[in-house]
Design a protein around this ligand. Structure first.
Ligand SMILES: [Zn+2]
Length: 345
């Protein structure tokens, strides 16, 4: 059985499973945001890479293929997601070079992303019979990037399937659409949604569903559109630079973290800071905070691998719980308080 992500997924999984034995080169699953479509398609992709799938095609969850896929490391799977979809899910994302200090998450798929697939597509599958490319959102592919995808769909490499997810099918390039199998994802009924939300412990599920535009998964989505102000970002960066007396740091954290800071935005900034620290420690230039190059270099020289990895994991976990308004300040404080351990402080 497929992991029961969402009770309304049955029909879509059935549709996807029908393709299993004769996979198309491309498929686009489309439907409204906030019903978990990407997660369902991802689960289907994992079933394709499983080395001992269940009779219905669902992943066994135990084989080497499943473990690699769960860790986001399967050599036959690539994620091509916009930054705004990848970062909140903790999925791999390679920022464009020289992206500079941006406040906004990039919502489009940019040309460097399909280009980075060239090597992947030219190789034979490593472990499985197929290679899978997950693309989301397929209705937000910049035109130059879309023509790269189109070429891949026109001359499909052996054993590669592009699984694309889109909200607005009409916004997908017609030539990409015409070369893909189209599958519609339908939202659950109001009753199904309310029951599911209640099961998740949401106190007033009717009200929550209304506020989320009738789409149940959106109830738990943090809005990546909410950002830290310039001033708040400066304050956060100043804390992260660990300048000043280390003994004074905890006091500064408690004094300077504001309870109004959107936790999701804090997590994104921390994730980017971690990305830059890792890059600088490998001798690469920082991509998100180039102005902080000197500070990053100084910190990177003291970086301790294991505590830094655990800290990055904490940051990812923070993304997952992002919107607990009562705990926002506390959660941000905690993660900042454990940050100096990355440098043996
Ligand atoms: Zn498996």
């Amino acid at each position: 059985m497929y992991k029961s992500l969402y009770p309304w997924q049955g029909r879509l999984l059935g549709e996807l499973s029908k393709m299993r034995d004769r996979l198309p080169n491309g498929a686009i699953v489309y439907g409204p945001r906030g019903i978990g479509t990407f997660e369902i398609v991802e689960e289907f992709a994992k079933g394709l890479l499983c080395e001992a799938p269940n009779p219905d095609g669902s992943p066994c969850g135990k084989c080497a293929g499943c473990l690699l896929a769960r860790a986001g490391n399967h050599p036959d799977m690539r994620y091509v997601l916009s930054e705004a979809e990848a970062l909140p899910r903790g999925l791999p994302y390679e920022p464009p070079s020289a992206s500079g200090t941006r406040k906004n998450l990039i919502r489009d798929i940019l040309i460097h992303q399909p280009r980075a697939l060239a090597d992947f597509l030219s190789l034979a599958p490593h472990r499985s019979r197929v290679r899978v490319v997950l693309v989301y959102p397929a209705d937000r592919i910049r035109p130059d990037a879309a023509s790269v995808f189109l070429k891949m769909l026109e001359e499909p490499p052996e054993g590669v399937v592009f699984l694309m997810v889109a909200e607005d099918i009409d916004a997908v390039l017609p030539t990409i659409r015409s070369r893909s199998r189209l599958i519609r994802a339908t939202p659950p009924s109001r009753e199904e949604s309310v029951a599911w939300l209640r099961g998740k412990g949401v106190k007033d599920p009717e009200e929550a569903l209304l506020r989320a535009g009738g789409m149940p998964v959106s109830v738990f989505e943090t809005d990546p559109g909410r950002e830290l102000s310039e001033e708040d970002l400066e304050a956060l960066l100043s804390l992260l630079s660990l300048s000043g007396d280390p003994g004074d740091y905890p006091r500064r954290v408690v004094a300077e973290v504001k309870k109004e800071w959107p936790l999701g935005a804090v997590a994104v900034a921390l994730e980017r800071w971690g990305w830059d620290l890792a890059a600088v420690s490998r001798g690469l230039p920082p991509r998100y905070f180039p102005r902080e190059k000197a500070v990053l270099a100084k910190l990177a020289s003291k970086l301790r691998r294991d505590p830094f990895f655990s800290w990055q994991k904490e940051v990812l976990a923070l993304r997952a719980v992002s919107d607990h308004p009562l705990n926002a300040k506390l959660a941000a404080e905690q993660i900042l308080l454990s940050y100096p351990r990355s440098f043996g402080l």
